[in-house]
Write a protein that binds this ligand. Structure first.
Ligand code: GN1
Ligand code: MG
Length: 357
């Protein structure tokens, strides 16, 4: 007896849960438009999953090889790969409580920590410039110029918004170019539904969706995780009045993250954590808007204006982050100093700065 059912809410690959009498597996069809070199994606995943397993992460992704020993299957022009199904775990599209999001902070931090001794130069650059925000800005300008779907007219206010924030797109990239921010392995897609949680203990078990693991920066992983997990609504919320950043979630994540990474993060990295939230949120909005202009060829959509709605929601979130930026920096400094001095941070007791300023 075998069943094959669509699984998860990813925007790029097609995912299926395969249940056999003995075991469950995850099979995915790799999106060829997004991943031009699936064999290199699988090469990276092979290296990373082995390294993480050697670090004792037993409940983590493992590639199930084909009968001929390959880590993917090329069949009728399509690429497929198979993973173990991590039993007893679930994932969420929206964080349910601050302790859960604290767990995510720990998991993202642990991913970084476990890979600190991994030689990042072994990883192929499978999507060059993935989180190079000025490059995403350029891609947007190109789409605007070409305007293949004749949609530029529809996005005048959003276009003005993007152009106005060109300087912000450069904040991280300039420092990376100057080697102020160290190159590290990064997951690059730390959204909440890429984290598996134990059903019983509620603890985060591991990060999945390793397709975009490449050389990058810890800041990409911090920023992207907050962009989704600390947002007050979904990434495609059409009612912009519902979209803001929840500082309690931001703080909870920061505690989990800094508890696991404080020993190796550089002061420049810590100083840029809040910038990363801003820049990655802006970047994601720019990517959605670019895809809208290009005719929705990258992100899966459920209705015609979906990518535009997503872009608007990200831009609103960006504005909310800018409003609360100072408080967020205070939270990071506060948490970092507490964690450095090994003081416990009680998640239930909200910081003075959050409540009374
Ligand atoms: C895509 O595949 P999925 O849904 O985990 C995208 C991310 C975006 C995300 C937005 C390879 O991730 O970069 O942040 O959608 N992945 C790729 O939801 O582009
Ligand atoms: Mg995913």
């Amino acid at each position: 007896m075998i069943s094959v059912l669509p699984y998860g809410n990813g925007l790029v690959n097609k995912t299926f849960l395969v249940t056999t009498t003995k075991q469950k597996y995850i099979i995915q069809e790799i999106n060829k438009t997004v991943f031009k070199n699936p064999h290199l994606v699988m090469h990276n995943i092979d290296l990373i999953t082995n390294h993480l397993r050697n670090k004792g992460n037993e409940r983590s992704l493992k590639i199930i090889k084909t009968k001929t020993g390959r880590n993917y299957l090329f069949l009728k022009g399509k690429y497929y790969r198979c993973y173990n199904y991590i039993e007893g775990t679930v994932c969420f599209d929206k964080a349910t409580d601050i302790n859960q999001f604290y767990q995510v902070g720990k998991a993202v931090g642990k991913f970084q920590k476990d890979l600190i001794d991994f030689d990042v130069d072994k990883l192929a650059d499978t999507i060059p410039n993935f989180h190079n925000t000025p490059h995403r800005f350029e891609q947007f300008l190109e789409a605007l110029k070409e305007d293949p779907m004749k949609r530029a007219e529809l996005v005048r206010p959003e276009t003005r918004f993007v152009l106005k924030h060109y300087q912000t797109t450069k904040i991280l990239e300039d420092q990376i170019k100057q080697n102020k921010i160290p190159k590290r392995v990064s997951h690059n897609d730390t959204k909440l539904n890429n984290v598996r949680f134990d059903i019983e203990t509620k603890e985060a078990v591991c990060l999945v969706d390793l397709d975009t693991v490449m050389a990058g920066s810890v800041l990409y992983d911090f920023g992207d995780a907050i962009r989704i997990g600390a947002a007050s609504s979904y990434e495609d919320e059409p009612d912009l009045s519902k979209m803001t950043i929840d500082l309690n979630y931001f703080q909870a994540f920061s505690v989990g993250f800094l508890e696991t990474t404080i020993d190796f993060l550089t002061p420049d990295e810590i100083d840029n954590l809040v910038n990363s939230v801003k820049v990655i949120t802006l970047e994601c909005g720019i990517r959605f808007l670019t895809d809208f202009l290009n005719g929705d060829s990258y992100f899966r959509i459920e209705y015609p204006l979906h990518n535009l709605i997503r872009a608007r929601a990200q831009f609103k979130l960006f504005q909310e982050i800018e409003k609360k930026e100072k408080l967020m920096k205070e939270i990071i400094n506060n948490v970092a100093s507490k964690v450095m001095n090994a003081q416990e941070v009680n998640l239930e007791l909200l910081f003075f700065i959050v409540n009374f300023k």
